[in-house]
Structures are given as C-alpha cells and as structure tokens.
Design a protein around this ligand. Structure first.
Ligand code: APR
Ligand code: PHB
Length: 389
C-alpha cells in the first residue's frame, strides 16, 4: 500500500488537513485509534475564529456551520458582580462563531466519507518507521491483522497523548510546560443560555463560565480543585455552586436541568519545538496545549493545519519544500502568542489557590484597567478573535 500523506488522528486537526489536501488532489489516509462514535462523543470548546471558519469552508464542510453557528460580536467579563462587555466587532471589525467542536468534527467526517477518502478507525499500535529517510512508512493493526503503508510524509494530529510526538527522540525536541493547580468542571444541558453572549466570571469562590452550543443548549464551567472528580458532583451541587458565582440577573435567567455530559478537564500550557522531525510534522494538540480560558485550542489546531496544508500543496504543485522548511517556525510564532493570551486570561480570571494578597491586588488592577481602557480591550479582542496567519 502507498499514499502521499499519512495522517495520524481524526480529531479536527487531522480531518481538516485531510480535506484541504484532498481538495488539491493529494492522497491521504487517516489512522484513528478510537471508534468513530467515541471521537464524536467528546465534548470540547465551541468558539471559532474567522480564520478557522474560512478553513472549514475551504475544506467544503461549512454549510451547517454557516446555518446553525451563532455569530458573537462580543463577550462579557464579570468581576465584583458587575459585567463588562468587550465589543469584538466594534474594536476589531471581527466576530467569532459559536459552533461546537463535535459538530465541526461530524461535518468534516461527513465530507470525507462523501468523497471516499479512507479513514481507518480502531487502528491500534500505530508505529512510524524510517521517518528520517525519503520513504517513511506507517504500521498499525486492526481486527487482529497487521498493516503497513509507504508514504511521502506523516502528519501527527494525534493529540497530546498520541504516538507521533513520542516518536521523536527526546534530544531532538524541547518542551515547555506549565500546569495549573485547578481544573474546569463542565456541564452540558438542554436549556437555553442565560445570555446572548458568553460570560466569563471572576468570583471570589473561583472562576465560572456561561457558554453555549446553540440557542437551546448551554455549556457551563466551574473552576474546581484539580483533585476532584466529575462523578463526585451531582447536578444539584453544580447548579448550586454556579448560582453562587453568578450575578443576580444571570441567576434569574439560569435554566437548570439534568446534565447531558459532565467532565473535568485539567488546565495545562505545553509547547514542543520544533514541530518537525525528518518527514514527520506535528499539528494541533500533538504539539501544544493551551488552557481553555481563551478558547484557542481548536483554533490553533486549525491555523497549524492552514499553514501546513499550504506548504504540502506547494510541494506537490511546484516541487518547492520552502513552505515545509518554514512550517515549524511560522506555526510556533502564532502558537506562542496564543499561549501567552491563554495564560494571561487564565491568570486574570481564576482564583489561584496560593496567590498572595499582592497577587490578588495585581489581578484586580489588571481587570479594572481592562474595563477602563479601550487599548486594553482592543488587545483582548484582537487576540480573542484570532491573530492573523
Ligand atoms: N494512533 C491513532 N490515533 C490516535 C493515537 C494513536 N496512537 N493517539 C491519539 N489518537 C487520536 C485520538 O483518539 C483523537 O481522535 O488522535 C485524535 C486527536 O484529536 P484531538 O485530541 O481532538 O486533537 P486535535 O485534532 O489536535 O484537536 C485540537 O481538540 O483536544 C482539543 O482542545 C483541543 O480544541 C483542541 C482541538
Ligand atoms: C465552551 O463553550 O466550551 C468554551 C467557550 C469558551 C471558552 C472555553 C470553552 O473560553
């Protein structure tokens, strides 16, 4: 068996890359270790930058997103019980689209299936061979049988725990990491959201976020200690704690109900450099993680894929590998800015367990400055709607 590009992982990064390459006549195979339904069952963020929207459309998977996605021109940040609006549209001319990552994944899977491009689900023991040579290959097993495919390039879109990054010798990779001593407990509920826009809340009991997936489905988060487990929280306890952290107007609009999904995610910042080893390229969570506070995870995966797909298309069309040679450096320049923004939003909005009185005063000063300064709001808005690439 032979193909041009083997993509490992069918999350949004792998699927988007597969479609962008397919549109340019480049053959791919996607190897995914989990069953399709498992991939579609994962609930993640749902804020799309315009650049991400443009790439999904370019991939031919934008019809439902355009139809069902909610355009948000701003967001609210609450501190001391008072909400302040950040006007993305007024400050930057740009908006974001609220459309769940699960839906993005489903739409990309549908267009891939419609065009007949191959995806192997439940591909186990994926192994990358001869990646420093001109003819790498990838092996895997499925249904108790072993398979192998030769290729020109391998792209690791297999998330933080995937095999691709681990294939790179430790002395060829530098990693940077920050773990945060708290997590986000998320709940999905079939009820209308409390407000038209998202509300990020800095409360003395901890951070909270009111988000949504549609006009009838809401997503809420609570900052909680990292040691806790989602199963330890009943729905009733969740609503009670959320109510404590929201302002009275939000509480009056809050419609509670049984959770459809409940999960606890740790917060982490992580970057691996460079994002290339021989003919292996890393994209998305395989190379970097951001805490969810600025909703950058999916958008960064999309910008990596935007840059990498153009480089691969250039290679196959003109035989120039200039784009591939600069991929890592170009992608990382954007990634570090998003890392900084996500870290800063996290610092600004959470109750940091071991923060000193001095730290808390600085946090309050940062928020008060933000609410008073158009320059500070513009900086936040510009980052939130997405830096150019
Ligand atoms: N072999 C094959 N597939 C694998 C392997 C492996 N060894 N390891 C992991 N995978 C698969 C996972 O099952 C998953 O479906 O790779 C996929 C990686 O998908 P994501 O984790 O969604 O990562 P990515 O596509 O980079 O998307 C980034 O998703 O995780 C969120 O916050 C993140 O929003 C961001 C976005
Ligand atoms: C979400 O809706 O899941 C969400 C929204 C905004 C964030 C993080 C998560 O910053």
């Amino acid at each position: 068996m032979r193909t041009q590009v083997v993509i490992i992982g069918s999350g949004p990064a792998g699927l988007l890359l597969g479609q962008l390459l397919h549109k340019s006549g480049i053959d791919t195979i996607i190897l995914e270790q989990k069953p399709k339904d498992y991939v579609l069952g994962r609930i993640r963020a749902g804020v799309l930058e315009q650049g991400t929207v443009a790439l999904i459309e370019e991939a031919g998977a934008g019809v439902r997103m355009r139809h069902e996605g909610l355009v948000h021109d701003g967001t609210e940040i609450e501190f001391g019980g008072i909400r302040h609006r950040i006007d993305f549209k007024g400050l930057t001319g740009k908006s974001v689209i609220i459309y769940g990552q699960t839906e993005v994944t489903r739409d990309l899977m549908d267009v891939r299936e419609a065009c007949g491009a191959p995806t192997v689900y439940e591909a186990l023991d994926v192994g990358i061979r001869d990646i420093e040579s001109e003819s790498p290959s990838v092996r895997w097993s499925a249904d108790g049988k072993k398979f192998a495919i030769d290729c020109d390039y391998v792209v690791g879109c297999d998330g933080f725990h995937g095999v691709s990054r681990q294939t790179i010798p430790a002395n060829r990779l530098r990693t940077y990491e920050r773990a945060y001593p708290f997590g986000w407990l998320g709940i999905l509920v079939e009820k209308p959201p409390v407000s038209e826009e998202l509300i990020y809340v800095n409360h003395e009991r901890g951070f909270a976020l009111c988000s949504m997936r549609s006009r009838t489905r809401s997503r809420y988060y609570l900052q909680c200690p990292i040691e806790e487990h989602a199963e330890d929280w009943t729905d009733g306890q969740f609503w009670e704690e959320l109510t404590r952290r929201l302002d009275p107007q939000a509480v009056s609009k809050l419609q509670t109900g049984p959770s459809i999904e409940k999960s606890l995610a740790p917060l982490r910042s992580f970057v691996a450099e460079p994002m290339r080893f021989g003919r292996l390229f890393l994209a998305g969570d395989a190379a970097h993680i951001v805490p969810p506070t600025g909703a950058k995870g999916l958008n960064l995966a999309a910008s990596d894929v935007g840059i990498l797909s153009r480089a691969l298309i250039e290679l196959y069309k003109t035989n120039s590998d200039a784009g591939l040679d600069s991929y890592s450096q170009r992608a990382l320049a954007r990634i570090w800015k998003a890392e900084r923004f996500s870290w800063q939003m996290t610092q600004l909005l959470h109750l940091v367990p071991d923060a000193s009185g001095f730290d808390r005063k600085l946090q309050a000063a940062g928020l008060e400055y933000l609410f008073k300064s158009t320059a500070a709001q513009t900086a936040l808005a510009e980052n939130y709607v997405g830096l150019p690439y």
